[in-house]
Design a protein around this ligand. Structure first.
Ligand SMILES: [Fe+2]
Length: 254
């Protein structure tokens, strides 16, 4: 029996057993059984690697006036107010982006949320906001990739904290259109760009769908703001454009 990308990620998240298989490929039950012991060893090694990186980060001295994660959360709350999200207000969008950009990685305080539970990536809730946004920290395993997904009409802002992620943006396009690449895929890759430490990226469904890739040999860590928060999103097949609904309201830590 083949497992889909989405179910694979859910299994990953809860059992830590399928870590040896890159996300985005199909797996068999037989392969799961054969690899589970090796996978657990690999998870242990990866967690050890992450712990070493965290210790190195903790040893670094932050600047005196560096903006902390607590400062960032307070600033976002103050921009959005008690009961508002980003809405379609470009001024708020700019203010929140400025806040995200000025958060200082030198504080190293994000490491307290950098938990990894196995699988391609682990979602940790940093702040549940005012009900109109939430802030998540994602830890990405080396050589991992998310499925292509939308953001349920929400704003998605991402700041790289550690390592690099490649953002691939997809849209539906016809052959010969400006969105065309040379494939027959229904979803066309329209942009691929690296997001480097300290950089902030932004996307919404009008821009396109995306998937994030950690192509490196080390863990990557990213901070995500979603407004409004959403419980489900669509996951797409690049070849056909078909989609199914996937839950995205679970967190490893809160
Ligand atoms: Fe996303």
């Amino acid at each position: 029996m083949l497992s889909s990308v989405a179910s694979y990620e859910r299994i990953d998240h809860h059992t830590n057993e399928l870590c040896c298989k890159p996300i985005g490929s199909s797996i068999t039950d037989e392969a799961v059984s054969e690899n589970s012991g090796n996978c657990r060893s690999q998870v242990s090694l990866l967690i050890h690697q992450l712990e070493n990186q965290i210790r190195a980060q903790e040893a670094a001295e932050p600047e005196k006036d560096a903006k902390s994660l607590t400062d960032l959360v307070s600033e976002i709350h103050s921009v959005l107010g008690l009961d508002h999200g980003l809405g379609d207000d470009p001024e708020k969008l700019k203010l929140v982006r400025d806040a995200m950009e000025s958060y200082s990685l030198e504080t190293g305080d994000w490491i307290h949320h950098a938990n990894y539970s196995g699988g391609g990536y682990t979602r940790n809730l940093v702040d549940s906001g005012n009900g109109k946004f939430n802030l998540l920290l994602l830890v990405w395993r080396p050589n991992s990739v998310s499925p292509i997904h939308d953001h349920s009409g929400s704003h998605c802002m991402l700041k790289m904290l550690k390592g690099n992620l490649v953002e691939e943006i997809y849209r539906e396009g016809e052959s010969g259109s400006e969105l065309s690449d040379d494939s027959d895929d229904k979803l066309k890759l329209t942009k691929s760009s690296s997001v480097l430490p300290n950089q902030v990226a932004y996307i919404n469904d009008k821009i396109g769908y995306h998937r994030m890739v950690n192509p490196g040999q080390e863990f990557a860590v990213s901070l995500h703001l979603y407004s409004p928060p959403f419980d489900v999103c669509k996951v797409f097949k690049k070849e056909t454009g078909d989609s199914h609904t996937s839950n995205c309201n679970t967190y490893y830590s809160k």
